[in-house]
Design a binder for this molecule. Structure first.
Ligand SMILES: C[S@@+](CC[C@H](N)C(=O)[O-])C[C@H]1O[C@@H](n2cnc3c(N)ncnc32)[C@H](O)[C@@H]1O
Length: 198
């Protein structure tokens, strides 16, 4: 595990971005599976640049609008926003992305400042994470931030943890996983990369 790559003092969402920034390259495809207010979308769009493309999805129109507004304000044009359930991730992005995506980010839970009843859920999250892993290129990276303090968030986060812990270590490398001793209400960050074939 290479979690020394992250600055433990940073906010967990910043730690997720730090990890992704080490793997994602200009010109690549990236996915924000939970667009929310667009912070991660903007971050990804800046890395891949004008020659790359970000697909950002969210179930709620308010999140799509909030993300669009953030991108407009930053003068960013290389993002495709899609309203939909990330459980259908493969249908929400163009065919042909499979195996070519440099990074997929998930920030679970509800949209800060938005409707707290519209939050990610265990079954669709697990399905979306499974799909995301199939979309990544060799050397590509997945990050998931889970919130164990939210209603249903502990079960959802631990289901993701179980899924990621069960990955074939010959195909995937765990770069970061929460400390077993983390206090029970701390958000949890998972970072996994696809091993390059030698
Ligand atoms: C914590 S917020 C994401 C924050 C965002 N990454 C940012 O940088 O601003 C979680 C988002 O997940 C969205 N969401 C909930 N269920 C979803 C689903 N099934 N598919 C896609 N997005 C979903 C919520 O609407 C909410 O906007």
């Amino acid at each position: 595990m290479r979690d020394h790559l992250l600055m433990p003092s940073a906010r967990i969402t910043d730690q997720a971005q730090q990890a992704v920034a080490r793997f994602l390259r200009p010109g690549e495809i990236a996915i924000d599976a939970t667009a929310g207010n667009g912070h991660d979308t903007l971050f990804l769009a800046r890395i891949v640049g004008e020659t790359g493309r970000v697909y950002a999805c969210d179930v709620q129109s308010e999140a799509i609008e909030s993300t669009a507004e953030r991108l407009r304000a930053a003068g960013i044009g290389n993002v495709t926003l899609v309203q939909g359930d990330h459980a259908r991730l493969e249908q929400l992005i163009p065919a042909g992305c499979r195996g070519r995506v440099g990074a997929v980010m998930f920030n679970l839970g509800y949209r800060p400042g938005g409707n707290k009843t519209i939050a990610t859920e265990l079954a669709s999250t697990v399905r979306a994470v499974e799909t995301a892993l199939t979309l990544l290129r060799p050397g590509g990276v997945l990050s998931v931030v889970g919130y164990v303090g939210h209603p249903g968030g502990r079960e959802e986060t631990l289901a993701v943890e179980c899924l990621l812990d069960g990955l074939d270590p010959e195909r995937f490398e765990t770069l970061h996983r929460p400390d077993e001793t983390a206090t029970s209400l701390q958000p949890r960050l998972y970072v996994v990369s696809v091993r390059s074939q030698e």
